[in-house]
Write a protein that binds this ligand. Structure first.
Ligand SMILES: [Zn+2]
Ligand SMILES: [Zn+2]
Ligand SMILES: [Zn+2]
Length: 108
């Protein structure tokens, strides 16, 4: 991030500093019988939602309804976080762990 660029002011909302060992999929898709493409985790409450390329777009929906601004990708090899309010991507090295996720039901 450029020192003069926009800064995210929501880092204080982050409660999840250690990622879960494994998740079963998007919380909302699992409940509704939907399918997801990529998984994101809410860094305030640990809700697992699906990306905007998934039919349910549950990560964005959760950010809106719960007013939880920050997510991190749970995809293998991805460590970026995203703030929905500032629309900023960033890396947050304080967040540790690697989550085992099942293959996307849209790709199988
Ligand atoms: Zn922010
Ligand atoms: Zn979903
Ligand atoms: Zn949340």
């Amino acid at each position: 991030m450029s020192p003069n660029g926009p800064e995210c002011t929501h880092l204080g909302t982050i409660e999840v500093l250690e990622l879960p060992e494994a998740v079963d999929g998007c919380d909302d898709c699992l409940r509704e019988g939907g399918v997801w493409l990529h998984l994101r985790i809410c860094l305030e409450c640990g809700h697992v939602g699906c990306c905007d390329d998934s039919p349910g777009r549950h990560a964005s929906a959760h950010a809106g309804t719960a007013s939880h601004p920050m997510i991190r990708s749970l995809e293998p090899g991805e460590d970026w976080c995203w703030c929905f309010v500032d629309e900023l991507a960033m890396r947050i090295p304080q967040i540790t762990g690697q989550t085992r996720i099942p293959p996307s039901p849209m790709l199988s």
